[in-house]
Design a binder for this molecule. Sequence first.
Ligand code: FRU
Length: 488
Amino acid sequence: MDDNFTNAYVLHRGSTNWRPQYHFTAPSAWINDPNGLIYFQGWYHLFYQHNPKSCEWGPMHWGHAVSRDMLHWKDMPIALEPDQPYDTHPEGGCFSGCAVEKDGILHLIYTATVKRNGKTVQTQCLALSEDGIHFRKYEGNPIISAPPTEIEEDFRDPKVFQVNGKWYMVVGGSVGGADYGGDGRIVMYESDDLYHWEYRGVILASGGRLGSMFECPDMFPLRDKWILTCSPMNHPEYNKAMYCVGTMDFENCRYQIEYLGNLDFGFDYYAPQSFLDAESNRVLIAWQNEWLWMPWSRGWGPTGKENWLGTLSIPRTASLGDDGRLKLFPISQIKTLKVQETVEKEILIDSKGYDIRVQNPRCFYLKLRFQAEKMPSRYLQIGLLGKGERVCVLHLDLVGMVMTLDRDKADDYQSGRMNCIYRPQGKETELEIYVDHSSVELYVDHGVCCMAANIYSDEDQTGCWIRTPYKEAVLDTLEYGSMKSVWE
Ligand code: FRU
């Protein structure tokens, strides 16, 4: 595959009111989890859960796109579609999974889902490709035909990785059932060849504390630790993308947790998957939405009117801080999309507010640096996508170090506030904000805290401001500019 391959599949994403211009969306119709992320033969491959016929979830296909930089994508033909007795059902299909390269061949490992006698049947299956474009399902599928004994219907989302020449697979499961108050599990399998798998055991159990089902598990090394991530269903505090820092004893299949955290504190960040980029950085991409069983949802939002639904987050590089916690920050390539318009220093902010006028007021970035200690004001507020009272507000409590994302008045479709304690890393705090039509992403101090959310504002909501409720604040620097579209 070279850069000149047929343009037939390169579809642009017209600039409508809500369609993001530098976040990935499908050419049309429904999308959820990113799948099969891999750097293969010089290209980044992104597959994704896709119902090509509708803007609602339905029979799951694997959509496919490729990129040289993880930002500019070329659409490829659908990679997997439900066409086998084990994966064809209106409420099933080719569910989430991963990709690995073995002997120069791209292997996709996914969950085939069907219903039989009213019961969901999920098995783990394999598909192969030499060229990264055409895929054939392995005739011996499924490669794992039944869950371990204690797990019943919910048994999905395999993620495969290699350690010391052996292949390992983590799979999400539930004891008792995801929708029936069950208890989440991540189980592990081992293989020498990707075809024959031996069950090793449970590496994470909710124990009544962490949710009824662990969807889309992932496991990867950072420094001398193993990071385990998943998206719990019915987590008591609605943690949508959980991570554990810990150590893994592969021989005895025991994972020991040292820290439990949250990958993102916003509303919309689910089912992240990780992979290694060309420079061996660990990168995560997530579905920037969430399921309706979460409490703040009021439907899927309105973008079906524009014939697309579902956004993927900006790819984020993961690193482990000296404090033993994970940081997630946009990949460095994001710089190539920034068109800097202003950098100002020593800006005084008061309750009258400071208006920011970006050339493209619905597709821009904003970067602030400040020292909380120097501020007379305890609070700082940033308005995004605003028009009068209709606005998405970010509140910073500089003493309590709490950041609140408030979308109560931002649009007609959603409501709620999300909080995070943001732990500044030094005297000066840096806040980076990315707005992309219907997407907002916030990062404190290079990713010690992240928040992602969808905002379905009206076209004339173009205001952006910074203010204090009373007293004054000083910003060391304020930088902003428009973001280039990756589809032009
Ligand atoms: C997570 C998820 C997965 C499943 C897929 C189906 O968002 O529910 O567990 O494989 O979506 O589309």
